[in-house]
Ligand binder design. Structure first.
Ligand SMILES: NC(=O)c1ccc[n+]([C@@H]2O[C@H](COP(=O)([O-])OP(=O)(O)OC[C@H]3O[C@@H](n4cnc5c(N)ncnc54)[C@H](O)[C@@H]3O)[C@@H](O)[C@H]2O)c1
Length: 434
């Protein structure tokens, strides 16, 4: 069974099933179709499925053209989970958020596997790509799959292979980003290697699914902790009237032993604010407290509040109160040049400003309307950056340093700028770091 599946994966006659056609699943689908595999995408979102089958994208940096080419090459999307028996691989790319108590919410992963298993058959490989705590694959997925009579490592194979992505970064693509993969058994690991070996240049095997799960968490915790550190350095530097961005730029000239991380208005995106707490939660089961993670989380979560207190000070210096002031937040995306506003600190900035009585607006060329969110609801549309518009605000907060913003125009016409990204290198009279 193993040999047959590996042969099909290697000669690309295997049909690839991907459950969850989001930021992770969609680029993976494109890569498999590009290499000649037939791909069946399974998603619960009927709107997305219809769009994709009509050759249309819903993610800014993936073009309609790419989706249409994939459809012509045999890609099909469906909401019909009973078709899971048609595929040789089931790659799960569904969300793993936190619940309201900051604890892992595995419901998407568990719902997906529960919906798939009635249709699973011998000779398939299941790969979990969603970020999660060590133990998810062998404690949660393996028993569910085996409850149907299938035997993991013998007639069905199970691996964990975390996704790595840097949206908007032109230097890497799915093919060139090395992919870590660990199997529940040695045979599972071999099948995992074949599953990814044709589409990824460098597959990095590890000894278990738990090791692979921990790799992803280490990578993201490394970022969260280091961003927490530079955010703390920023608080100190601001008090000392030192430009932290100048300091980081100079420190980064050290050719060894220093990696630059940059402060900002808070953490954003689907991964860094969330993933570390998957480990915090699981570590408690082993009696270990993850103090670095919690401290970094505390500092990073305090940053939007810090930006608002700086905004209050800045307005105060002009004899103005935040209450009643008109404030424009520049950038709703969590990082530059993308249309992704998940967990973006800009939403919290807007919320805090509104709570203090400010009249709020935002401008983001990548996000024309404030999207539907679980925690925030604003009936706002992106404001065009014209000289008249800029002049009409008491203060603008630069939250996301999109390349397409006209920074000269902003500086010329905004009366006060709170710069959280270190865009304005020399401190002009109306620019304040935060
Ligand atoms: N976006 C990133 O940059 C990134 C990077 C690395 C890892 N990850 C991880 O990958 C996973 C997926 O993230 P994403 O950004 O692609 O999420 P996403 O929200 O963009 O996409 C998830 C997709 O899954 C679908 N879905 C939800 N429930 C489903 C179900 N029961 N069955 C089938 N489909 C279902 C949704 O409709 C959506 O299309 C998460 O665990 C995330 O932490 C994301």
């Amino acid at each position: 069974m193993k040999g047959e599946l590996i042969a099909k994966l290697n000669d690309r006659s295997a049909v690839i099933g991907i459950a969850g056609l989001g930021y992770v699943g969609l680029p993976l689908m494109l890569r498999y179709t590009e290499m000649g595999y037939r791909v069946l995408g399974i998603d619960v979102d009927e709107g997305k499925v219809e769009k994709l089958n009509n050759g249309k994208t819903y993610i800014e940096y993936i073009s309609d053209d790419k989706i249409a080419t994939a459809v012509r090459a045999g890609f099909e999307a469906t909401t019909d989970f009973s078709r899971a028996g048609e595929v040789d691989s089931l790659i799960l790319c569904v969300p793993t958020p936190l619940d309201e108590h900051l604890e892992p919410d595995l419901s998407f992963v568990l719902d997906t596997i529960e919906m798939l298993i009635p249709y699973m058959r011998p000779g398939q490989v299941v790969s979990l790509e969603s970020t999660t705590y060590p133990g998810t694959t062998d404690e949660e997925l393996k028993p569910r799959i085996e409850s149907t009579g299938l035997k993991v490592g013998e007639n069905v194979f199970l691996v964990y292979s975390p996704e790595r992505e840097d949206p908007g970064n032109p230097d890497f693509c799915t093919r060139t980003i090395p992919k870590v993969c660990g199997g529940v058994t040695v045979a599972c690991g071999e099948v995992g290697q074949a599953l990814y070996g044709q589409v990824i240049d460098d597959v990095v095997p590890v000894s278990s699914t738990r090791a692979a799960e921990m790799v992803k968490l280490l990578e993201n915790i490394h970022r969260a902790v280091n961003i927490g550190l530079v955010n703390e350095m920023k608080l100190v530097a601001d008090k000392m009237d030192i430009d932290i961005f100048e300091v980081i730029r100079a420190a980064a000239t050290k050719p060894f032993g220093f990696v630059p991380y940059y402060p900002g208005p808070g953490l954003g995106g689907h991964c860094i604010p969330i993933d570390p707490f998957y480990l915090t939660w699981k570590a408690k089961e082993y009696g270990v407290r993850t103090r670095f993670i919690e401290l970094a989380g505390e500092i990073n979560r305090s940053m939007p509040g810090y930006v608002i207190s700086r905004t209050i000070d800045v307005l105060n210096s002009q004899k103005k109160a935040l209450n009643g002031s008109r404030v424009l937040v520049l950038g709703l995306a969590y990082k530059k040049d993308v249309d992704d506003s998940r967990e973006s600190p800009s939403a919290e900035l807007l919320e805090l400003l509104k709570a203090k009585g400010a009249y709020i607006d935002y401008s983001d060329p990548h996000i024309p309307e404030f999207p539907k969110k679980r925690d925030y609801e604003f009936d706002l549309k992106s404001v065009e950056l014209t000289s008249a518009n800029l002049k009409s605000y008491d203060c603008v907060i630069l939250a996301t340093d999109h390349s397409s913003f006209d920074y000269d125009l902003i500086k010329k016409h905004a009366s006060l700028i709170v710069d959280t990204r270190g865009v304005y290198k020399e401190d002009k009279s109306q620019v304040f770091r935060a």
